[in-house]
Design a protein around this ligand. Structure first.
Ligand code: ARG
Length: 427
């Protein structure tokens, strides 16, 4: 079935019809297509654009279809061009002639813009709560090791000792900013485009404010041409997803490193690792590797949507049908990743003893030693040089600060006293 055809003399070529159809992927919008249409038809009835008895019939049909969709009983008809066509066909089946009035004062251009905004709002809320779950699991993990000190790195070299909870706190800060960004994206998504019709609005006396309120949007869009040609909210959302994916890849990379024999800071539970078909001893941190690798899908979606929109003249163009591929890919990838990450940290053991050992000979108290000299009256530049020489001495003599006597310290500066061991207690 098609929503058009009157001006065509011959049927569409089979391959052309298949190529232009979007039902194979936009059927995911079915629920939102019904929800949007219910608000639209209520408005048509209220404004007496269609008889109110017809509006009632159409709304009942849409609610019926919606229930089927929500219970998984709705059968998508892949012979339809798109989901809008599919739902309209069902409405006509259930509501008869009245159903043919549903598409009054509307175009698929503003309809699809509305459907995608309804879908995106729900997905933003869902991703927000999944991010929150990961944050909670990270908080739980760090609380398990409250007060523990681990090496902090710069340039991947031991830099200064830090608290484990601060380290993990750096991850949760990233994720909190991701939530913040999504909240901003939600605000810009939450503006109602229906009523723009094809691009120029309609001569019917529609009530866009009513539709916006029915669907809980903050307001209707201002410009009809922009309403059907704007996909900024989708681009913004996928950019946010790309940043989330980048953050998750950083966390994952760290866990891959921490689980190596060389580091051995963590042990990931067998249940969340895999083995090798040839090397019996192997236990691989696949999930973290895959999260790191999946970043490619999300970056790909961002490049994809930006390229779809680049150079598009106003207003709606069929190129924009492709937006869903990128949107859905980003949504699926981020949600699946957050789901697994939300349980992964509860299945990672921190090998505290190994971590403690690595702290012993890493000279990461050097800044504290230099600061100690500054507090005793030396300028920081000289204190830095003196401490550097002290570190060099230790490296050459295979010693660490803790097994130097006060006399050893004094060789480097007379300012050193017994209380220098106090600053070394940071660990
Ligand atoms: N399937 C289209 C999309 O996803 C719906 C809008 C089609 N409009 C049109 N005039 N062909 O963007």
């Amino acid at each position: 079935m098609k929503l058009w055809g009157g001006r065509f003399k011959i049927d569409a070529d089979k391959l052309a019809a298949k190529f232009t159809a979007s039902i194979s992927f936009d059927n995911r919008l079915a629920k939102y297509d019904c929800i949007g249409s219910i608000a639209h038809v209520k408005m048509l009835g209220k404004q007496e654009i269609i008889p109110s008895k017809d509006a009632v019939k159409i709304v009942a049909a849409l609610k019926n279809i919606l229930k089927k969709i929500e219970t998984g009983k709705f059968k998508v008809d892949f012979a339809c061009e798109d989901i809008h066509t599919n739902i309209e066909k069902e409405v006509i089946k259930l509501a008869g002639e009245a159903g043919k009035k549903m598409h009054t004062a509307r175009s698929r251009n503003d309809q699809v813009a509305l459907d995608e905004k309804l879908y995106l709002r729900a997905e933003i809320i869902d991703i927000h709560s999944k991010l929150q779950k990961v944050i909670i699991s990270l908080d739980k993990w760090s609380a398990l090791h409250a007060g523990m000190i681990i090496p902090g790195f710069t340039h991947m070299q031991h830099a200064q000792p830090v608290k484990f909870e601060e380290y993990i706190g750096a991850y949760t800060e990233m994720l909190n900013r991701d939530i913040w960004r999504l909240t901003n994206a939600y605000e810009r998504t939450n503006i109602m485009p229906l009523g723009a019709c094809a691009l120029a609005g309609t001569s019917f006396p529609i009530d866009r404010k009513f539709v916006a309120e029915e669907l809980d949007f903050s307001m209707p869009t201002k410009n009809t041409i922009d309403s059907v040609s704007d996909r900024d909210h989708i681009i913004e959302f996928i950019s946010d997803c790309a940043i989330i994916a980048m953050h998750l890849s950083r966390i994952s990379e760290e866990m891959v490193i921490w689980s190596t024999k060389e580091f051995a800071y963590v042990e990931i539970s067998d249940a969340f690792t895999t083995g090798s078909s040839i090397m019996p001893q192997k236990k691989n941190p696949d999930i973290f590797e895959l999260i790191r690798g999946r970043t490619g899908r999300v970056y790909g979606s961002l490049m994809g949507i930006l390229t779809v929109m680049k150079g598009l003249p106003l207003a709606y163009n069929s190129d924009m049908q492709e937006d869903k591929i990128h949107l859905f890919t980003a949504v699926d990838s981020i949600k699946e990743t957050l789901d697994i990450l939300g349980i992964l940290f509860n299945n990672i053991k921190l090998k505290s003893e190994n971590i403690k050992k690595t702290l012993l000979k890493d000279y990461s108290d050097a800044v504290e030693v230099a600061n100690y000299l500054v507090k005793k009256g030396m300028n920081f530049k000289d204190a830095h040089t003196v401490t550097g020489k002290l570190v060099l001495y230790c490296i050459e003599e295979n010693k660490d600060f803790n097994n130097l006597g006060v006399g050893d310290f004094k060789v480097f500066s007379k300012l050193f006293e017994k209380d220098v061991y106090e600053v070394l207690k940071v660990k």
